[in-house]
Design a protein around this ligand. Structure first.
Ligand SMILES: *Cc1c(COP(=O)(O)O)cnc(C)c1O
Length: 403
């Protein structure tokens, strides 16, 4: 019997459990109807796990929305010109984000590099070809000392260098004819003396473009347009974190002339610093659908799902009397309910590193965050039902350790 016939017959399956007109038992018919499965992770011996950690690049970020996967599959069956994809998708994304223009990039990091490149080169093809050598060009980026770590390396890929500032006076002293841009790291916002609105106002006062890195900060949804409304010239966002789009995609959005300039530094063009930061039609269209699905999601309902999962895991952990739990929501970035679990180590005699290790090695494997003193869990990258599995494993391991 052909697969198609099996499926057709399944729809008229009688209660007897035998496919009508044949002697094939129900289970066999079902197995035949199921799409052929190849478990490649298993074949290759790659561990898969429940992600109670969050949107970490090393842990493969997020699970894409079903419609994104469908879009990738659909677009993979046709050819299209990349520039047309960027034009059309960029226009739609810009509307959704309250921006003048937008482009899909190879992650937020790539948005940071290409956006900075655009600021430095404008639409001058000679300057595009010249990067990362900035002779006779602007070359300095102002960054607050408390924002100057990790991701700031991205803008410096253009050849530009960071000039650290702390106070308003520092800024006024630092600004000169070489100053190209003012960079702001959203998650470090509370740590710096100068806050986002003031940063934008200073940029406008001195005629210097401002860029914000809000990679992991798509929640709450208003964040997606907040920084455009505030006046930032360029906004950089990850596609494969909270947005549950392609992990290797991101969005650069902002002023029309700056996006046009950034695109000159990006694929499909070559002879520029961005040629390696490629996004294909599948990711460009996938990013668009991810953003659309994210914005139109029932955010209250989603938040409640995340909270309910956290409550189930918290209850599990708390069933051990030596355990203390807290549920918090970070103030600026990665805004999602976050469970922290710690314990009295005279009662539960192993540290949190060891518990995480045991959960990682268990079946199913579970990943979470935290240090030696605590376990830190978020539920936004978990799938339905996994909260109960994690709760059960927490109970098991904590009990074993306190025995
Ligand atoms: C994740 C992250 C990035 C890099 O984003 P990708 O989408 O992984 O390229 C940049 N900045 C911050 C603050 C991030 O959290």
């Amino acid at each position: 019997m052909k697969r198609r016939e099996v499926i057709k017959n399944l729809s008229i399956l009688p209660v007897s459990g035998v496919v009508l007109g044949s002697a094939i038992p129900f289970e066999t018919a079902l197995a035949m109807a199921a799409p052929p499965k190849r478990d490649i992770f298993k074949e290759l011996g790659i561990r898969t796990f429940i992600n109670a950690a969050g949107t970490y690049t090393a842990l493969s970020g997020c699970i894409m929305h079903d419609d994104v996967v469908e879009t990738i599959r659909y677009s993979s069956q046709k050819f299209a010109a990349i520039e047309e994809c960027q034009d059309a998708v960029g226009k739609k994304i810009a509307e959704m984000l309250h921006a003048e223009a937008a482009m899909v990039t190879a992650g937020c990091w790539s948005a940071l590099v290409l956006g900075t490149a655009g600021v430095l080169t404008g639409t001058d093809p000679k300057k595009v070809a010249q990067l990362p050598h900035l002779d006779n060009m602007k070359s300095e980026i102002l960054v607050q000392k408390t924002h100057n770590h990790g991701y700031v390396h991205a803008p410096t890929n253009t050849g530009a260098r960071i000039v650290e500032v702390e106070t308003l006076q520092d800024i006024e002293k630092a600004i000169n004819e070489k100053t190209a841009m003012m960079w702001f790291l959203n998650y470090a916002g509370p740590d710096g003396q100068i806050k986002d609105k003031e940063w934008v106002a200073l940029g406008k006062k001195y005629g210097i473009p401002t860029m914000i890195d809000m990679a992991a900060d798509a929640t709450p949804v208003e964040n997606l347009w907040k920084f455009h409304d505030m006046g930032f010239d360029l906004v950089c966002l990850s596609g494969g974190k909270g947005l549950t789009g392609p992990q290797s995609a991101g969005i650069l959005s902002g002023k029309k002339d700056l996006i046009a300039a950034a695109r000159l530094n990006a694929p499909p063009r070559g002879g520029n610093i961005g040629r390696g930061m490629k996004v294909n039609k599948e990711e460009i269209l996938g990013m668009y659908v991810a953003l659309e699905k994210f914005i139109n999601r029932d955010h209250q309902k989603q938040w409640k799902i995340w909270e309910d999962r956290i409550a189930i895991m918290e209850k599990g952990a708390k069933s051990d009397p030596g355990v203390t739990t807290t549920v918090t929501v970070p103030p600026v970035a990665n805004i999602t309910p976050t469970l922290t679990i710690s314990w009295d180590m005279t009662k539960i005699k192993v540290d949190a590193n060891e518990i995480r290790n045991r959960l990682r090695k268990g079946n199913p494997s579970i990943e979470m965050m935290g240090g030696k003193e605590n376990l830190v869990i978020t539920s936004w990258m978990m799938r339905d039902g996994e909260d109960k599995i994690v709760a059960g494993r927490l109970v098991e391991e904590l009990k074993k350790a306190s025995a």
